[in-house]
Ligand binder design. Structure first.
Ligand SMILES: [Zn+2]
Length: 266
């Protein structure tokens, strides 16, 4: 089994979305300066000895300028996007074509993680996602509740959706999904066991940045269920401690830099 981390580009975000209370006005600082941080969009390629080439999440659609509503682009601004951030080109550079991808595992279905399913339109590749995420995402676009976080362009019944159930799912040998709700109802972290490295725990947006995990600061405006988030934090901490795992969070630039230094972990 091999694992490789892709950099799908930079997104400028007010830190209040990622860290609860960050930038809040106080008595002594009633007008704090708003801080926008450059976060990363990330996808992970896994070469599995039996299941073949797999992806954990697939970033935004390359046509985000057309597909994302203007207020969404204002709040979440993708900067400097070029061919080098396109998932199809990154797969090419790794020696693959989009049609070589045998399965896609979605941590969750927000637009910056699932919009890249557009690259796989017409390929009938199975897309594994927690049933609670699938139900909530279609409901959110149908009712326009939480609209903007999910978009209808990729929430399309034409894709080969495969719902997963329960709190722990071993999808393939050495690849285990852990249901970790809080940011969204059906978020799933992926644990990847490797032979020559410590295992990886890919947490998607349960944690955007390292402060969420290492300083135990919950997500900000993008938190949906505080109580579930804390339970999921404790679950990931237990898993990480048990296996001395490498953690990769949903948007942390430093962690991406660390883990994209090597071409592959195996
Ligand atoms: Zn995200």
């Amino acid at each position: 089994m091999k694992l490789r981390v892709f950099d799908l580009g930079t997104i400028m975000v007010d830190q209040g979305w990622s860290i609860g209370g960050a930038g809040a006005a106080t008595e002594s600082n009633p007008s704090p300066q708003a801080v926008r941080r450059p976060l990363k969009i990330i996808s992970t390629l896994i070469e599995h000895p039996k299941a073949g080439v797999l992806l954990y999440e697939c970033g935004a659609t390359p046509t985000f300028e057309q597909a994302w509503p203007k207020p969404v682009q204002e709040a979440f601004a993708i900067r400097g996007y070029s061919d080098s951030h396109r998932l199809d080109k990154l797969l090419n550079r790794a020696g693959y074509d989009v049609k070589d991808v045998k399965a896609i595992v979605m941590g969750h279905l927000h637009l910056d993680h699932a919009g890249g399913l557009e690259f796989f339109r017409g390929h009938n590749v199975p897309i594994y996602v927690h049933e609670q995420e699938l139900k909530y995402a279609f409901y959110a676009v149908a009712t326009k509740e939480d609209f903007g976080a999910y978009l209808p362009h990729y929430l399309d019944p034409g894709f080969n959706w495969k719902a997963l159930h329960g709190s722990e799912i071993e999808l393939f040998d050495g690849l285990t999904l852990h249901h970790t709700p809080g940011h969204t109802p059906g978020l799933m972290a992926l644990e990847v066991k490797l032979k020559n490295s410590e295992p990886f725990l890919l947490t998607s947006d349960q944690f955007h940045v390292k402060e969420n995990y290492f300083e135990e600061r919950p997500l900000g405006w993008l938190l949906r269920d505080m109580s579930a988030w804390w339970t999921s934090l404790r679950k990931i901490q237990r898993l990480a401690a048990r296996a001395n795992a490498n953690l990769l969070f949903g948007h942390d630039p430093d962690m991406l830099a660390r883990y994209s230094r090597e071409a592959y972990y195996d």
